[in-house]
Write a protein that binds this ligand. Structure first.
Ligand SMILES: Cc1ncc(COP(=O)(O)O)c(C=O)c1O
Length: 379
């Protein structure tokens, strides 16, 4: 073993080892990503019960947690499989024992098509297509390894990210008929631009319009005789709204499992924040305190994190390794060096991607340590 490998192994051993299990949370070195086990379990159960009541399959998006440990819990609670954004995430989920995966991002190169085809040789792997070129790459890769890949046509339902326009879905479906190693199973229509529309009425109105787009593609393709038995949509903010449509068979929410501070502003869901970043006050000064969590520990793409149970104190990133705390009143003046605080991230996906492990907490004690094995798997 070379020096680098030995070094990284020993640092993993001390920083991320399971030796902290049974210790008090406040003894953890920081910054540390925490999951409240009881809150996670409640979120897990609420979503599973809700989807059962709605009569829709649940395929949680693993991009929120990036951990097969969490994915297996979702499966045990009734999920039919997981959704992954990246092929790298799918590879990690499959290696972790999850063998039913939908990759929700279109195939972008022949090399990626080969990776999808190889995964499909051993597990139930489906992906989405929105171009004849991408479909052809996939079919050729699948033919080369002697397998068939299930595909859904990605329909643009208003986000203007990927996806064919609803009126172009039929032409793509007709082209897929001639590709011998693809099996068209249905549609994906993801309304990512609507997840964080805070007002429930406004969100419901706009999700209705998005689902009308998906309905148009669905009815044209099913009238033409295509298999449309798998229609997947929805995130944490919209799955209940999309699920009112009979043609929707499955929902793919992700954030619900751990949630974040921005999702707390979104009306009309029953989920609670289970995720936080434990940080330490490392300096106190006139009118401010500094903590050891900066942009390398907590993401700010959806705004600054908020402090748990200390609404009078505001956090602002003060560099890669530092955060600055200020307050209108004297709350900041009462903080002490060495004091530990919890930050609620504004966006769970991007914060989770910054950490190697979740420290699983229960009533102030570290109960377990779960690796975030798919962090950084952006390819
Ligand atoms: C295609 C797709 N489906 C589902 C989700 C899950 O959304 P959320 O995390 O808001 O529940 C995402 C999140 O980015 C996504 O990109």
């Amino acid at each position: 073993m070379d020096t680098l490998a030995r070094g990284s192994e020993s640092s993993r051993g001390s920083a991320y080892g399971r030796s902290v299990i049974g210790r008090e949370v406040r003894e953890l070195d920081t910054p540390a990503l925490l999951i409240d086990a009881a809150a996670l379990d409640r979120n897990l159960r609420r979503m599973a019960d809700d989807c059962a009541a709605l009569g829709k399959a649940l395929r949680p998006h693993a991009k929120a947690h990036k951990s097969p440990v969490v994915g297996l819990k979702q499966l045990a609670a009734g999920a039919v499989g997981v959704t992954c954004a990246k092929i790298g995430e799918a590879e990690v989920m499959i290696a972790g024992g999850i063998h039913d995966v939908l990759i929700s991002t279109v195939v972008g190169s022949p090399a990626k098509a080969v990776r999808v085809a190889e995964l499909a040789q051993e597990s139930k792997v489906a992906t989405v297509i929105d171009s004849e070129t991408g479909a052809r790459w996939l079919s050729e890769a699948a033919t080369a390894v002697g397998t068939t890949v299930d595909v859904l046509i990605d329909v643009n339902v208003g986000q203007d990210r990927t996806g064919v326009q609803p009126e172009d879905a039929l032409a793509l479906a007709s082209a897929v008929v001639g590709m011998r190693s693809l099996r068209l199973r249905g549609l994906q229509g993801y309304e990512g631009n609507l997840q964080h529309v805070y007002s429930l009425d406004e969100r419901a109105r706009r999700v209705g319009l998005a689902m009308d787009q998906l309905a148009r593609a669905y009815s044209e393709l099913s009238s033409a005789g295509f298999d449309m038995t798998w229609v997947t949509t929805g995130g944490t903010g919209t799955y209940r709204l999309g699920a009112t449509r009979s043609f929707v068979t499955e929902v793919q929410p992700g954030s619900y499992i751990v949630m974040d501070a921005d999702y707390l502003k979104v009306a009309g869901h029953p989920f609670e924040v289970a995720l936080s970043v434990l940080t330490t006050v490392i300096g106190t000064y006139a009118g401010r305190a500094i903590v050891d969590a900066g942009s390398k520990s907590v993401s700010t793409d959806a705004g600054q994190p908020v402090l748990k149970d200390r609404m009078g104190i505001a956090f602002a990133t003060a560099g890669d390794e530092h955060g600055k705390l200020t307050s209108e009143g004297d709350e900041v003046g009462e903080l002490r060096v060495g004091q530990k605080l919890q930050l609620l991230p504004s966006h769970c996906d991007t914060t989770v991607n910054l950490h190697d492990v979740f420290y699983v907490t229960n009533s102030g004690t570290v109960e377990d340590v779960w690796p975030i094995s798919a962090r950084g798997r952006v390819q």
